[in-house]
Write a new protein. Structure first.
Length: 266
């Protein structure tokens, strides 16, 4: 792998071009690879952007001089529909990597196995690995989907977008189609619209209403859930709405604080 020689170079993050290969020719050169090395002449693939789902894992291998100290750190880079939380180290957002620190043991190549486990939040996570005086950076993209954006159509009004999550109406194609059908039917019956609040974020994952990577949205992660306004409906409209939603294929619940419809499709 390319070696950083000067102090200023070592202090900078080292991003690698995934289209290249580097040949390990020095038995004291440090590297981090996606596969175990078998000898110092082996071609080593450079870093690439890695995609995985919340809770998924990726394995890496550390290689370097015996006795070299190593450390790993994780930070949330943003994305996934969150306009907050950049540089957070909250484990719910960044996940975990093990072992986090230690010493390389035995002859080079070391092949010390690292395991990154994604957290509950979708977006990008930066993993910085330091081996001795060398620094390597890897970016993980945590995502579900693909989802599509729900559009405002006849009988469907989109509400609930907020500063922390400016695009809150993403879901599976089946969910979006079912909502549009329900809105059109409601409008035909009552000449008014249903108000569609939170669905999922653009790539799913934890939907944290307060911007602190915690609940209350336990669901709303996989593109199959949607909240709708209850208080704008009359008693007659609520009865009709529930029956029609179930006919279309929704599982319908009434949630509190505040009272609202919670629907799941699929």
């Amino acid at each position: 792998m390319a070696k950083l020689n000067s102090k200023s170079e070592r202090e900078q993050f080292s991003y690698y071009d995934e289209s290249k290969l580097y040949q390990v020719t020095n038995d004291v050169m440090a590297s981090i690879t996606s596969f175990p090395l078998t000898n110092k002449k082996q071609l080593v693939a450079t870093f690439e952007t890695n995609s995985l789902q919340p809770g998924g894992t990726i394995t890496w291998y550390l290689n370097g001089p015996p006795g070299s100290p190593f450390s790993n750190s994780l930070v949330f880079e943003g994305g996934g529909g969150h306009s907050h939380g950049r540089d957070s180290t909250n484990p719910i957002a960044v996940g975990s990597i093990s072992p986090a620190t230690g010493l390389l043991q035995g002859p080079h190549p070391q092949n010390l196995r690292l395991t990154f486990r994604a957290g509950d939040v979708c977006g990008q996570v930066k993993n910085t690995t330091v081996i001795g005086d060398q620094k390597y950076v890897n970016i993980y993209t945590v995502a579900l989907g693909p989802f599509q954006a729900l559009g405002a159509t006849t009988g469907v009004v989109l509400v609930g977008a907020a500063e922390l999550h400016g695009s809150n109406h993403w879901g599976t194609q089946d969910l979006c189609t079912a909502i549009s059908r329900l809105g059109a039917a409601f409008h035909q019956q009552f000449s008014t619209a249903i108000y569609v609040n939170d669905m999922s974020l653009v790539t799913g994952g934890l939907f944290d209403l307060r911007g602190n990577f915690t609940t209350p949205h336990i669901t709303h992660r996989d593109g199959r859930h949607v909240d709708m306004n209850w208080s704008s409906m009359s008693a007659e409209q609520r009865t009709w709405f529930k029956a029609k939603a179930e006919e279309i294929g929704f599982f319908v619940e009434l949630h509190e604080n505040p009272t609202h419809w919670h629907l799941r499709f699929g």
